[in-house]
Design a binder for this molecule. Structure first.
Ligand code: ASP
Length: 381
């Protein structure tokens, strides 16, 4: 295998075994994160390093049976510095290279990986090829690193095809032997290799001795048109509730000029029923804001009207975020507000499943975890 760089892009190309056995092409987009960091002796902190380090530490890359091209972002970053502008860059890069590659692997810090995966899932509509985000909890140069397995398996899944079609046709996160739907995942642990979970949606692929694909849980976009959306409007604010929250805090958030507010509620979407609080919400809705109810619970769904403490919210027009993650809600709002000037259109789509990000039991939109798991047990039987 020969390695080379051109225009900031590094290519590892294996000679084809035969003319009939065409190898898959995978584009690796390196944005930074712990996976490629080194310990800066001077400051004693982890700082991003260039892709050479990864290649040096994973000699197995040269044994993979596909062509690998690496595009390194400039500058490479700790993902806490991620931004909508960089999401646009990533999505545009995928669109520009869509026809030339069979799959995409994005190496990314784990801190905001679930935000990026969610954002990309909305920006890349009708995707028929895998876009897999991965990274690691320990730098690739560390002896006990989780980076090697994460990288190699992410690449393997990104190149998997059957009858000419990619097995995975959506934006995912691969971490610690599991492939998750990107917009259903969140970082839940900063100390274990198992950094991500998606409790409201089943795992798409489990990596053990074999790679076990749960096909019935995955999106099938065959035949759909692939479209790129790059308009993002970040005019949102967040109101996280807690017992004892003051009028001043609630007012400050609701009176900001944001187009939408994510209300982080208790349990199945409940809030205090204090009159001053409900009045302030009503006023915000009257002024044209969308208020989206997302539960502070990580498992389960918002069910407006189940308790009296959420019935008032439903009556005044608070939107249900159903079982969406906070990360999906934030990025979906940015995407919808970029697409639609009209607040009612944003509201309608916010409650509608568009990329497998939510289960709306009322409309039957989206598969619930229970449905998929029961289908899966049939499938696995
Ligand atoms: N702070 C790092 C980042 O998100 C953590 C990681 O990569 O896991 O870039």
């Amino acid at each position: 295998m020969a390695f080379r760089w051109y225009n900031g892009t590094f290519t590892a190309r294996k000679r084809r075994k035969s003319n009939t056995n065409q190898m898959n092409n995978i584009l690796v987009i390196y944005t930074g994160g712990t996976i490629g960091m080194v310990n800066d002796e001077h400051s004693g902190t982890f700082v991003p390093f260039d892709f050479d380090l990864i290649v040096k530490n994973v000699p197995e890359l040269s044994r993979l049976n596909f062509n690998l091209t690496v595009h390194s972002f400039e500058p490479i970053i700790d993902s806490s510095n991620m931004s909508p502008a960089i999401w646009v860059k990533m999505a545009q890069l995928i669109k520009d290279n869509y026809e030339d590659y069979d799959g995409f692997v994005i190496l990314h810090g784990s801190d905001t990986m679930a935000f990026s995966a969610s954002a990309l899932s909305f920006m890349l509509e009708g995707l028929q090829k895998p876009v897999i985000l991965s990274g690691s909890q320990l730098p690739i140069g560390e002896i006990r690193t989780d980076a090697r397995e994460n990288l190699i398996t992410a690449l393997e899944i990104a190149s998997a095809k059957k009858k000419g079609r990619s097995l995975v046709q959506e934006v995912c996160i691969y971490f610690d032997s599991k492939l998750f739907r990107g917009n259903r995942s969140f970082k839940y642990n900063s100390a274990k290799f198992e950094a991500f979970r998606s409790p409201n949606y089943p795992v798409l692929v489990e990596a053990g001795v074999h790679l076990k694909y749960h096909h019935n849980a995955m999106l099938d976009n065959t035949g759909k048109e692939f479209l790129l959306h790059t308009r993002l409007d970040n005019s949102i604010s967040i109101l996280k509730l807690y017992p004892g929250i003051s009028k001043q805090v609630v007012r400050a958030v609701l009176e900001s000029d944001a187009r939408s507010v994510i209300l982080e509620t208790f349990g199945s979407g409940n809030t205090t029923t204090d009159a001053w609080f409900l009045d302030m919400l009503r006023e915000a809705i009257r002024s044209g804001k969308n208020i989206v109810d997302i539960s502070q619970c990580k498992v389960g769904s918002v069910e407006l009207g189940r308790y009296e403490t959420s019935r008032y919210l439903k009556e005044m027009g608070v939107l249900s975020g159903f079982d969406m993650t906070f990360e999906a809600a934030v990025t979906k709002l940015m995407y919808l507000q970029g697409e639609f000037e009209n607040q009612q259109e944003v509201a309608y789509w916010m409650e509608t499943n568009i990329r497998g990000e939510l289960t709306n039991e009322n409309t039957g939109h989206g598969q619930s975890a229970q449905q998929v798991i029961s289908d899966q047990s049939q499938y696995l039987a």
